[in-house]
Design a protein around this ligand. Structure first.
Ligand SMILES: Cc1ccc2cc(C(N)=O)cc(O)c2n1
Length: 318
């Protein structure tokens, strides 16, 4: 058993690394055939020694049993929703409020694409993925761990054995959305109106095999209680997420002034069709976590962030 256990660990490490290269970096270093061969080898070992078939095994992404309902999950750190800005004046009003609240101290912003998907929270204990949930009403969400495990860019084991909670946006890439609607069309089923609804519908499935078939993906954008982990800005949180093996959206920019923010926002308005996923705006955050704390939140939204919304995108359906 020891030899099998040692080989199984080697295979976990290899398969996790190849999975990371393929789904997070989009730069595989081995052909699919090699990945499949190693997976078969691990499946054989797990068949011979069932005690090695642990939940962290790369072979256990798609669970077998169909749930009859989702459990409720309490978010210790509320998942906030963002206030919206629709034009330049709204952005300048936001900046005025920030400047006043920070007593004219210097501050900078981080701009990131606002992915049009479903906000989710992922919990890790000693580096292992233990729970995934929807935002729900911000304090209580639904446990969709079995469905989130099927998203290949979500690591089942972090590069460091940390216990933390991260937040991100699960989404369906445009191409997967078009392919899914073509299949539904053939089967005489109602097509999904847009990738966001398709992603939400997929993650609400009680059978994880259906979620696994929907080619979902995710961008992580935050670490709950990041300051506890020795991080002082939002951009450092994003770098930490990358170091831990998470997929983040690299289309982000630190902007020193609201004029830079406005330039960044207007630059993206007509670049959306080029993206392989839908965005519904740009998220603008005060970069310093200490200043975020100083600004605080209203009942449901941070005072240190705002979402600039683009007009609804005419969806390419064919
Ligand atoms: C605090 C917060 C809330 C919702 C968010 C949503 C997105 C998004 N949809 O991409 C990105 C963020 O950085 C967010 N940040």
């Amino acid at each position: 058993l020891q030899a099998a256990e040692k080989r199984a660990q080697e295979l976990h490490n290899l398969l996790n690394q190849y999975n990371y290269e393929y789904y997070v970096l989009d730069q595989p270093s081995v052909p699919d055939s090699e990945y499949d061969r190693l997976t078969q080898e691990l499946l054989k070992i797990e068949e011979e020694f069932p005690e090695l078939q642990t939940s962290e095994s790369p072979t256990q992404r798609v669970g077998g049993q169909v749930l009859d309902a989702f459990k409720k999950v309490q978010h210790n750190v509320p998942m906030l929703s963002l206030a919206n800005a629709f034009n330049e004046d709204d952005l300048r009003d936001f900046d005025r409020r920030v400047r006043q609240a920070l007593d004219e101290n210097s501050y900078s912003y981080v701009c990131e694409l606002k992915i049009d998907g479903l906000a989710v929270s992922l919990k890790y204990e000693d580096g292992l993925f233990v729970q995934g949930s929807t935002r729900g009403d911000g304090t209580v969400g639904e446990d969709i761990s079995a469905n989130l495990r099927t998203i290949r860019s979500i690591p089942l084991r972090l590069r460091e054995p940390l216990t933390l909670e991260v937040r991100g946006e699960a989404f369906m890439p445009k191409q997967s959305f078009i392919a899914l609607n073509a299949i539904r069309d053939e089967k005489g089923e109602e097509p999904f109106a847009n990738p966001r609804n398709a992603a939400a519908g997929s993650l609400r499935q009680l059978d994880p095999r259906i979620a696994a078939s929907r080619n979902l993906d995710i961008f992580l954008y935050g670490v709950a209680e990041a300051e506890e982990l020795g991080v002082s800005t939002h951009s450092e949180s994003l770098e930490m997420l990358e170091r831990l093996g998470f997929k983040t959206n690299n289309e982000r920019k630190v902007c020193r002034t609201i004029d830079d923010v406005i330039q960044y926002v207007s630059g993206w308005a007509d670049k959306r069709p080029k993206l392989s996923y839908e965005i519904d705006g740009i998220v603008i955050k005060v970069n310093s976590l200490a200043q975020q704390k100083e600004l605080g939140t209203t009942a449901k939204s941070p005072r240190w962030a705002i979402a600039f919304k683009f007009p609804a995108e005419e969806v390419v359906t064919k």
